[in-house]
Write a protein that binds this ligand. Structure first.
Ligand SMILES: NC(=O)c1ccc[n+]([C@@H]2O[C@H](COP(=O)([O-])OP(=O)(O)OC[C@H]3O[C@@H](n4cnc5c(N)ncnc54)[C@H](OP(=O)(O)O)[C@@H]3O)[C@@H](O)[C@H]2O)c1
Length: 283
């Protein structure tokens, strides 16, 4: 096995679990792990090498919100391993805030990490992916099914990612590159903790910010297993948990077919207290 797998956002949550699952299944000879917290990446690299002694791991501490970061990450990966076979664009963040209250810097950061970085990193690696008939896995979100208050910019980055994903899937198919979109519903990771921190004491939590009940929340290990399965059995789109994503899709389709009813229903179902938008910043 001589496959090189690059995973962004590998310092926690889903990205770290994807890396563990790739190592567990012996699907890579080398891995490139990317995120800002280099200490966590190094600890994960040690863990992976201990479980698979022949595995080589390169960690790259990088802030993907910075414009030059993607080119640097790609250059380091290519210099060390000569190419990349699987690129998992997983790094992402959500900063739920009513749009009129959102600090412009937060909007920029979400746009840069969630949308610009996957595009630029894939562009920087596309020649290698074509040469190796590789795979791109983009981590989107089920949030794109229904446009929500306080999550408009996060959802817009994921909707943009989905559009670009479908476009390059069609464009690169003739070059032998496989492109897959993953649409997760809620998963128990630091991601939702970060959402919760923004809810001020006493404020009514956003239904998406509030800890979703168990039946709605996917286990991060299960989601990682499904995602890693795409390396050997690719699919255009993977929805996890299906039982959650499909009802959301149905609501979204109804809202598009009957816009007035859609606005009335979604506005009430996902009402957000103004206080959420004024929450003191904690990150
Ligand atoms: N959890 C959910 O409910 C859920 C639902 C749908 C979709 N998703 C998507 O799943 C993906 C993974 O999220 P998760 O749940 O695993 O959340 P997480 O545990 O918070 O992980 C996010 C990862 O992104 C990295 N990251 C954030 N900002 C970065 C930056 N500026 N530069 C480089 N890396 C950065 C973080 O690393 P550092 O902080 O070390 O940089 C971390 O490794 C995201 O794209 C998210 O939108 C999650």
């Amino acid at each position: 096995m001589t496959r090189v797998v690059l995973i962004t956002g590998a310092s926690s949550g889903l990205g770290a679990e994807i890396a563990r699952e790739v190592a567990r299944r012996g699907l890579a000879s080398a891995m490139v792990l990317v995120a800002r917290r280099g200490d966590r990446l190094d600890a994960l690299a040690e863990e992976l090498k201990a479980s698979a002694s022949s595995l080589e791991v390169l960690t790259v501490a990088a802030d993907l919100a910075e414009p030059v970061a993607c080119a640097r990450v790609a250059a380091e990966a290519l210099a060390r391993f000569g190419g990349v076979d699987v690129l998992v664009n997983n790094a992402g963040l959500g900063l739920p805030t009513l749009f009129a209250d959102a600090p412009p810097a937060d909007l920029e950061r979400q746009l840069a990490v969630n949308l610009q970085a996957p595009i630029l990193l894939t562009r920087a690696l596309v020649d290698s992916l074509i040469a190796r008939r590789g795979t791109v896995i983009n981590i989107g979100s089920a949030i794109t099914c229904v446009a929500n208050s306080a999550l408009g910019v996060y959802g817009a980055t994921k909707a943009g990612l989905a559009y670009w994903n479908d476009a390059i899937r069609r464009e690169l198919a003739g070059d032998g590159v496989t492109v897959c979109l993953v649409e997760p519903g809620p998963i128990a990771t630091d991601f939702s903790d970060a959402f919760r921190k923004l809810t001020p004491d006493g404020a009514r939590p956003h239904p998406v910010v509030e800890t979703p009940s168990g039946w709605m929340t996917a286990d991060v290990g299960d989601v990682a297993r499904r995602i890693v399965g795409l390396i050997e059995r690719p699919r255009r789109r993977l929805s996890v948990l299906r039982r959650l994503v499909w009802p959301f899709r149905a609501v979204g389709a109804l809202a598009r077919a009957f816009p007035a009813l859609g606005d009335w229903f979604v506005t009430r179902a996902f009402r957000v207290d103004r206080a959420l938008g004024r929450a003191e910043r904690l990150d």
